[in-house]
Design a protein around this ligand. Structure first.
Ligand SMILES: [Zn+2]
Length: 203
């Protein structure tokens, strides 16, 4: 009677030890994984934060733009700018900030990684700086909100989510090329480069 009891007790002890060991192994393997997921989702949500606030901080205020426009009579192409066109330019500036930020917010909802620049109308102010087909990553936008258009008063540049799932860095589309050559932000137009977009198409 005693020997089977001892054997049973030893078995229970062995099983308990095995259970504890398995439990410890589980903890070891679950924890780092959990941390990784937390870390990754943390970065993900930070990168996906709307660029609106940052962009408004670095762009001139409506008041600054209004003041600047009151001092000029022509744009960088020597086209005259009337008072009513100045008002249009101010509205255009606000609409442009909103629509470009909304394009990124909507891209974020779809998990878009890359954005590219487009020009529904030509933009003399962006010439030599940003071109059609230049693309940037969502992380580059997060790190440098200054790469979100409008770049200057009357800027016709827009940013669009690249809906394709492929990595643009491996794209074979010749028209698409990265905007960044290295970590530093490429030169951008001065915000004071006024383009009278109302008349640009007539140039
Ligand atoms: Zn422009």
């Amino acid at each position: 009677m005693t020997i089977p009891l001892i054997i049973a007790l030893v078995l229970v002890l062995i099983l308990t030890l095995i259970a504890i060991k398995v439990g410890m192994n589980k903890e070891e393997s679950v924890d780092p994984f959990f941390d990784n997921v937390q870390l990754r989702s943390g970065i993900y949500s930070v990168v996906r934060k709307s660029p609106r606030e940052h962009l408004l901080q670095i762009r001139p205020s409506e008041e600054e733009i209004r003041k600047y426009l009151s001092r000029i009579n022509e744009d960088i192409c020597k086209l005259p700018v009337t008072d009513s066109e100045k008002l249009d330019l101010l509205h255009f500036w606000n609409d442009s900030i909103n629509s470009n930020v909304e394009a990124i917010e909507s891209g974020d909802r779809d998990g878009v990684e890359f954005y590219y620049y487009g020009f529904p109308r030509s933009c003399p102010g962006c010439k030599g700086f940003v071109a059609k087909g230049h693309y940037v990553s969502r992380e580059e936008i997060y790190r440098n909100p200054s790469i979100v258009p409008p770049f200057h008063i009357g800027c016709n540049c827009i940013i669009m989510p690249h809906s394709g799932g492929e990595n643009l860095k491996e794209t074979t589309e010749l028209s698409l090329r990265p905007f960044f050559e290295d970590e530093s932000v490429p030169p951008l137009p001065e915000w004071t480069s006024v383009v009278n977009y109302c008349k640009t198409d007539k140039v």
